[in-house]
Design a protein around this ligand. Structure first.
Ligand code: ADP
Ligand code: MG
Length: 723
């Protein structure tokens, strides 16, 4: 018999088939719901099954049972209730007895379930006036369900209001024509992963002989989804490698050695490990694409500078790019002082000596010539008063080793003599990451790329959304940091929070109070923050309070921040403008009002404002959560300070759909797989997919797999097979 492939079935529109009972009208309805091809139909899998072989008769039901009831409607009627509500009431019976079923405000059942209809009901059995009853059960009109005794009946998710029995009929009719199906996943992979073959899986997911068979079928289909996705990612990565023109850097050169041995502290184990991972990338020819994750203060900058110096050791230039000018300036200062600490500051050059710069630097002591270049500022660490023109010329002729700027550095085509390595700092805006394609115009070379972010990204996402990047994690803070204690306090007890603030202030510390989130507009938010500020002035009486919100002019903000930094203010009342980058080590307590309304990652960033100095930090979540999700967020914050755990929890609470939705990459196409629940499968699928693509980079020896990835993910990964 001829075998079919899923790829082939993905090319057959339902409208062009002769599936019994599926005429043009239904084909159009299905198409609207995204079920266009035979493959789509076969991958529309049951959401549950009724095991007809082991179903209790109605007379065997007990109050409190979670039950599936299969029977025939004996009578059904509706009557109005007060307040425009409607009660539908039915009696459903089988050979053994009957049960009363009621639905509130679902008047359509009277039409859809005339007496005589078979129906499957799922719900909790109750008693009402001595009779068994189901209230608002999940209701599936059936056809032939009763006659299919002795088998397992699939219940399909409804599509555009079509009943499960119709979908079941179509699939049952289509299956014999579609099968047997070839398996595009090589047998050795299947064996290692321990999954059943494709044909078995498609048959068993729809018509299982046992619930174990249905489970195995589902496992296989989950694996298929994740494997396809990972193959696509592996191909994408492969393409990056093939197209890129990189080069191998010599590692362990004199600048890196001098830098590391000159630092007044030892690298943490995490820093050592990550640096080794980066050096592994740099040592090979193809360009690095690595994501470096680590919380604020975990020591990313030190690692990044060591990576940049490896490039500079090899005679290349390095660049650091930040999302804003302010952050660029901060990086410049941080890097300058690290170079200072390690004794790598070059000798200063006077005005008269500037011509013929290159020859002046032939000295014994290694040093690094560093420059800052943004729209508003220029500076270098080897001469004072450099002009913009000079700095640009020094970058172009290779005098400058390392340039710090904004993302505009590359986009606006500053010309480098030989750019070899770039560090892109995404800070807290990782979600907005645009893959940078760097190619140095002068050398036609793709520099190595290290992307830094302080936003923890769950492993599940770095294996899917960001699956074409290598990932390094700094999961250990340098010694001497004190953990932050987090408490949740009800608003009724807010005095306890203010008391904690007073105590910290009495010990010479400072506090933040974050005002409730106001989503209306920045204006309304500012007004509400001002009102809160005035209220708190009454609460704190003798303490000095400052107010900062988004409606202040930049210089007003700066003045308030300066006063707070200088210790002239005890308490800074703020909106979330303090979320990013504010660093006041003497601030030890942060009170977040209505904390349950903030997102987890925002809460985590806010909490990161304290505990940055020698004194332990306290975070107070002042709130009375009104939703289950809000409650879960607060519980997570109290339970852990681990950003990765929180990111994972955030993903769980929000669901993968919202996360994928933010970045259209076809990964929203996961129908059966759930990257959190199926994490283990994801990891296995990724390993297998990458190994397979490694051994067969264009899938020439796996044409079925190539066809399937193209057919099922083609519209989102159209770049895949472009040669
Ligand atoms: P990040 O860039 O991840 O926010 P930084 O690299 O700026 O963190 O490091 C934060 C601070 O910790 C800096 O003052 C840095 O000098 C210091 N630091 C970095 N690594 C270590 C270490 N291994 N031991 C002690 N201090 C360190
Ligand atoms: Mg930093």
């Amino acid at each position: 018999m001829r075998t079919r492939s899923l790829a082939e079935l993905a090319g057959i529109r339902l409208a062009d088939t002769k599936i019994r009972g599926l005429g043009p009208k239904f084909a159009a309805i299905l198409e609207k719901a995204g079920i266009v091809t035979v493959a789509d139909l076969l991958l529309h899998v049951p959401r549950r099954y009724i095991d007809r072989r082991r179903m209790a008769p109605i007379s065997g039901l007990r109050p409190g049972d979670e039950a599936t009831v299969l029977g025939r409607v004996r009578s059904i009627s509706s009557r109005p209730l007060r307040g425009r509500r409607v009660l539908v009431e039915a009696t459903v019976g089988d050979a053994s007895g009957s049960i009363r079923v009621i639905w509130f405000n679902q008047r359509w059942w009277v039409e859809k379930l005339p007496p005589g209809t078979e129906v499957a009901l799922f719900g909790t059995v109750e008693t009402f006036r001595g009779r068994l009853q189901l209230t608002n059960p999940v209701t599936e009109p059936m056809r032939g369900g009763l006659t299919k005794t002795g088998r397992i009946v699939p219940i399909y998710p409804s599509v555009a209001g079509l009943p499960t029995w119709r979908i079941q009929q179509w699939i049952e009719h289509a299956l014999p024509h579609a099968r047997p199906l070839v398996d595009p996943v090589p047998p050795d992979v299947r064996e290692r992963v321990g999954v059943v073959d494709r044909d078995r899986a498609i048959a068993d997911i729809h018509l299982p002989e046992s619930s174990a068979a249905a489970d195995r079928a589902r496992e296989r289909l989950v694996f298929d989804e994740l494997f396809r996705l990972e193959v696509a990612l592996a191909l994408q990565k492969r393409r990056q490698i093939d197209e890129a023109r990189g080069f191998a850097h010599p590692v362990g050169g004199p600048l890196v050695s001098a830098f590391l041995s000159g630092l007044p502290f030892e690298l943490t184990d995490a820093q050592r490990r990550v640096l080794a991972e980066i050096e592994g990338d740099l040592a090979v020819e193809h360009p690095m694409h690595r994501l470096l994750q680590g919380e604020v203060g975990s020591g990313k900058t030190v690692v990044a500078v060591a990576a940049l110096l490896t490039g500079i050791d090899g005679g290349w230039q390095g660049a650091v790019m930040a999302p804003t000018e302010v952050l660029a300036a901060q990086h410049y200062l941080a890097i300058r002082s690290l170079l200072d600490l390690a004794g790598l500051t070059p000798p200063q050059v006077g005005e008269g000596e500037r011509l013929g710069m290159g020859s002046l630097f032939e000295e014994d002591r290694p040093s690094v010539r560093l420059a800052l270049l943004t729209g508003s500022q220029v500076a270098v660490n080897f001469a004072s008063g450099a002009t913009r023109g000079e700095v640009l010329a020094w970058i172009a002729d290779g005098t400058v080793d390392l340039v710090v700027g904004t993302h505009a550095l590359i986009q606006e085509g500053v010309s480098f003599a030989r750019l070899g390595i770039a560090v892109v700092d995404e800070q807290h805006r990782f979600g907005a990451l645009q893959r940078v394609r760097l190619r140095d115009k002068a050398t036609e070379i793709d520099p190595d790329l290290l992307i830094m972010t302080a936003t923890p990204i769950p492993r599940t996402l770095s294996m899917t959304l960001y699956g074409d990047l290598e990932v390094s994690v700094l999961d250990e803070l340098p010694p001497g940091r004190t953990p932050i204690e987090t408490v949740a306090i009800s608003k009724a007890d807010e005095d306890r929070a203010w008391e904690l603030v007073r105590r910290q202030v009495a010990e010479g510390r400072q506090a933040f109070v974050v005002c409730p989130l106001v989503e209306d507009s920045p204006k309304v938010e500012a007004a509400s923050a001002t009102a809160e500020f005035e209220r708190l002035q009454g609460v704190f009486g003798d303490l000095r309070l400052g107010l900062i919100h988004g409606q202040l002019l930049p210089r007003e903000k700066e003045a308030v921040m300066e006063a707070f930094r200088a210790g002239e203010l005890h308490v800074l009342v703020a909106t979330t403008v303090i979320e990013v980058g504010i660093d006041v080590p003497n601030a030890t307590v942060i009170v977040i009002e209505d904390a349950d309304r903030f997102g987890l990652s925002q809460l985590h960033q806010l909490r990161g404002r304290v505990g940055r100095g020698a004194h332990p930090g306290i975070c107070i979540l002042l709130c009375d959560p009104s939703t289950e999700e809000g409650e879960a967020r607060i519980a997570a914050m109290v339970a852990t300070t681990d950003g990765f755990v929180l990111a994972e929890e955030d993903l769980r609470l929000r669901g993968q759909g919202t996360v994928f939705g933010a970045r259209q990459s076809g990964m929203g196409d996961l129908k059966l797989a759930d990257i959190l629940r199926d994490f283990e499968v994801l990891a296995v699928a990724r390993r297998e997919a990458f190994a397979l693509v490694e051994s067969d980079p264009r899938l020439e020896r796996h044409p079925e797999l190539a066809a399937e990835v193209r057919a099922l993910l083609g519209d989102v990964v159209e770049w895949l097979f472009v040669s």
